[in-house]
Design a protein around this ligand. Structure first.
Ligand code: C2E
Ligand code: MG
Ligand code: MG
Ligand code: MG
Length: 287
């Protein structure tokens, strides 16, 4: 749901439940127009190796620069885009744009390792008939190979019923990875792992925040890692903000992380430069 409060810059889109329907209609129209006018762009937050921070991938995060309100964060408009259905064309643009950008970087700069781009996919998109063909088409038109793409879905998005599992199975068959985003915060986290093709667990920031201070948090983070390892899944620790977290997570056995300690979401040019630097560095060390 849209967050209320905040700095008041997005007051127009803050709404109580009563006002939501009216706001949604307005928002739906605004989002449609914004898409036609090219007001969206993607930032990329590096996913990095622990403890050295070498980039191992990037997550695409959408931003909307509203002509009068400035930057509107996704927390404000994604939920409304889902309710109004605008997420379908918007999400399709995001997927294609992320693949296009990643393919460009990889062709121009190369990659030192199995570098991947992650794209967030909402519940509504997963349930669109033919979603897997949309993914295949985005790969085909960009020239990105399937092993370079990860789709990020939340437990809640997958949970509801059958069709999402079918879509994820079809995506897996393409060779695209599936990451469970915000892992541990939805319903039925563990049950899902039995029934859904999943490759990566993104351990939610709420489980990372208390590390290294609270021992319970380390115990939970370790248990999640053990489940992942037992099932041959990758893990990413989300929302790492301090050096102490980096050290403790590395000690617990985490190998990948994402967070402000390393990088905030970056413009595409900065992300590309980081990727090029990493590729260069590994070429030099290999020589
Ligand atoms: P998410 O997929 O879990 O993305 C991670 C969010 O955490 C991002 O916020 C990122 O900027 C933020 N973050 C990363 N590291 C840190 C940290 O160290 N500290 C803190 N406090 N925050 C950190 P963002 O970009 O505002 O996105 C919020 C959510 O909106 C995303 O959560 C995702 O659910 C959704 N979203 C963003 N882009 C897209 C998109 O292209 N499509 C869809 N369907 N949803 C998106
Ligand atoms: Mg995500
Ligand atoms: Mg996440
Ligand atoms: Mg999150």
């Amino acid at each position: 749901a849209a967050k209320s409060g905040g700095k008041g810059r997005h007051a127009r889109y803050d709404a109580t439940l009563d006002e939501r329907a009216a706001t949604d209609a307005q928002m739906g129209a605004d989002l449609r127009l914004a898409l036609d006018r090219g007001e969206f762009h993607l930032l990329f937050q590096p996913v990095v190796q622990l403890p050295d921070g070498v980039p191992a991938g990037a997550e695409a995060l959408v931003r909307w620069t509203h002509p009068s309100q400035g930057m509107v964060p996704p927390d404000v408009f994604i939920a409304a885009a889902e309710r109004t259905g605008l997420i379908v064309p918007l999400g399709s643009w995001i997927l294609r744009e992320a693949c296009r950008q990643a393919s460009l970087w990889l062709r121009r700069d190369g990659a030192s390792q199995p570098w991947r781009v992650g794209v967030n996919i909402s519940a509504r998109q997963l349930r669109e008939p033919g979603f897997a063909s949309q993914v295949a088409e985005a790969l085909r038109e960009s020239g990105l190979t399937a092993d370079r793409l990860t789709v990020e879905v939340t437990e809640t998005a997958v949970f509801e019923n059958g069709p999402a599992v079918e879509a994820l199975t079809a995506i897996s068959h393409l060779g695209v990875s599936v990451a469970l985003d915000d892992f541990g915060t939805g319903h039925s986290s563990l049950g899902l792992l039995r029934t859904t093709p999943v490759d990566i667990l993104k351990v939610d920031k709420s489980f990372i925040d208390g590390i290294p201070g609270r021992e319970e948090e380390s115990i939970i983070a370790t248990a999640m890692l053990q489940i992942a390892e037992g099932l041959h899944l990758g893990t990413v620790a989300e929302g790492v903000e301090t050096r102490a977290q980096v050290e403790r997570l590395h000690q617990l056995g985490y190998r990948l992380a994402q967070g402000y300690y390393f990088d905030k979401p970056l413009p595409a040019t900065e992300m590309g430069a980081k990727l090029a630097a990493a590729a260069n560095h590994s070429a030099i060390s290999a020589a």
